[in-house]
Design a protein around this ligand. Structure first.
Ligand SMILES: Cc1cc2nc3c(=O)[nH]c(=O)nc-3n(C[C@H](O)[C@H](O)[C@H](O)COP(=O)(O)OP(=O)(O)OC[C@H]3O[C@@H](n4cnc5c(N)ncnc54)[C@H](O)[C@@H]3O)c2cc1C
Length: 371
């Protein structure tokens, strides 16, 4: 039951966004840019964002050689190049908006570890460089096997190394903290701990019902709930995909710097604060990891430890400090869904493993659909 005052001042908004991940917050910011002075509210079910945006590895990734080659088996060259470009533009937007110092961004480049079975990819480097050149303006990839010895990877498993000059790393916590602060400075209201359970649309707009029993009204509703979208849009083509991570305690004498991928991007690791963060391995148990449960499993965590022990830092003892999981969203294609669903309802979701790079642009593209 609302009071007269609450009804007058807290109930009606121009725009409501569901989900306070990178896409929801970017959408809210873009709405304030397009409609200055409009009332914008973000509703988030967790006390913190509770999906992927505060759980990820912080790779500003455009795609590794084996990942892009895998994409080319399902997508046309034009689609692959266009997606690469959107990731690049999304990252530029994020960096311009928040500033590199505030998101801990470093243009480290990245490296892909190539195993004996993946050596076919080495012959495709020139092809990918010329395919992507209109977007990158330079060669994105080059072979740098000479670095292998210094980096100390197990040479029984890794026979070549490819550098990607387009990628970088950021500090996920700093990035999301800065994005929340920036949104609030723009006058955007963010209410956390509020789960949206349903909504109803009529000619005047949308009524949004929450688990707290209080409802809100708005002219436009933007659904930015990524892996959790089906509860609000049952027809959406979205399948959850859990991503698991572990981080070691500081390792003395650690030589690794920067960010690394292997196995078509299914595994990734980086140095941070003298530790190694490693994640991925979803391909080891695709069915089990097609879940939205925010828990870790022995199967995947053991695989992550095994990769550390056998490939990344063989002969170097390490202790695991923390383990966690986040939930990504996938679908029939790798393209994000950015769409108008009805007169007043819009959605941007299904960011796969690339939301850090593309998420800011997804917000911009969604708001471009709203009149
Ligand atoms: C382990 C892991 C590692 C990753 N590493 C990288 C990486 O290195 N680089 C990269 O580019 N991408 C990476 N990703 C993917 C990236 O994090 C995501 O693509 C991106 O964060 C998606 O952002 P989003 O805003 O769409 O979704 P989310 O961050 O999931 O936000 C959706 C929000 O909606 C909220 N919500 C859902 N339902 C409701 C409801 N009914 N009511 C209210 N709120 C609701 C959720 O709580 C959540 O906070 C990784 C993901 C994971 C899990």
């Amino acid at each position: 039951m609302l009071s007269y005052w609450e009804q007058q001042s807290f109930h009606k908004y121009d725009h409501i966004i569901i989900g306070a991940g990178i896409v929801g917050l970017s959408t809210a910011i873009e709405l304030r840019v397009k409609y200055p002075g409009s009332r914008v509210l973000v509703l988030e079910r967790g006390l913190l964002p509770t999906g992927a945006s505060t759980k990820n590895a912080g790779f500003a990734c455009m795609g590794s050689v084996t990942e892009l080659l895998a994409d080319l088996r399902h997508m046309s060259e034009d689609e692959v190049v266009a997606l690469f470009e959107r990731r690049k533009r999304g990252l530029e937007l994020l960096r311009d908006r928040l500033g590199d110092d505030n998101i801990g961004y470093a243009a480290t480049g990245s490296h892909e570890l190539i195993s004996k079975q993946e050596e076919y990819a080495l012959d495709k480097i020139d092809y990918l460089n010329s395919l992507l050149k209109p977007v990158t303006g330079q060669d994105a990839f080059r072979r740098v096997d000479e670095k292998l010895t210094d980096l100390g990877f197990a040479q029984a498993h890794i026979t070549a190394l490819i550098e990607n000059t387009c990628e970088g790393a950021l500090h996920t916590g700093m990035m999301m903290r800065s994005l929340v602060d920036y949104a609030m400075q723009q006058g955007i209201e963010i209410k956390t701990g509020v789960e949206v359970v349903s909504y109803e649309e009529d000619a005047d707009g949308v009524t949004v019902y929450t688990g707290s029993g209080i409802d809100f009204k708005c002219d436009t509703l933007c659904i930015c709930t990524n892996a959790f979208t089906k509860s609000l849009l049952p027809e959406a083509d979205v399948v959850p995909g859990r991503g698991q991570i572990l981080i070691t305690k500081p390792i003395s004498g650690l030589k690794l710097k920067g960010i690394f991928h292997f196995n078509e991007g299914y595994y990734y690791f980086r140095e941070i604060d003298g530790r190694i963060l490693i994640g991925g391995g979803r391909n080891e148990d695709m069915q089990g990891e097609a879940t939205d449960e925010l828990t870790v499993t022995d199967t995947i965590q053991n695989k992550l430890e095994e990769k550390l022990r056998e490939i990344i830092i063989p002969n170097t003892p390490f202790e695991v400090d923390m383990r966690w999981a986040g939930i990504m969203a996938f679908g029939d294609t790798k393209q994000p869904v950015i769409q108008q669903f009805s007169e007043h309802v819009f959605g941007a979701f299904r960011m796969g493993g690339m939301g850090v790079a593309i998420g800011s642009l997804a917000g911009k593209e969604l708001v471009a659909l709203i009149n």
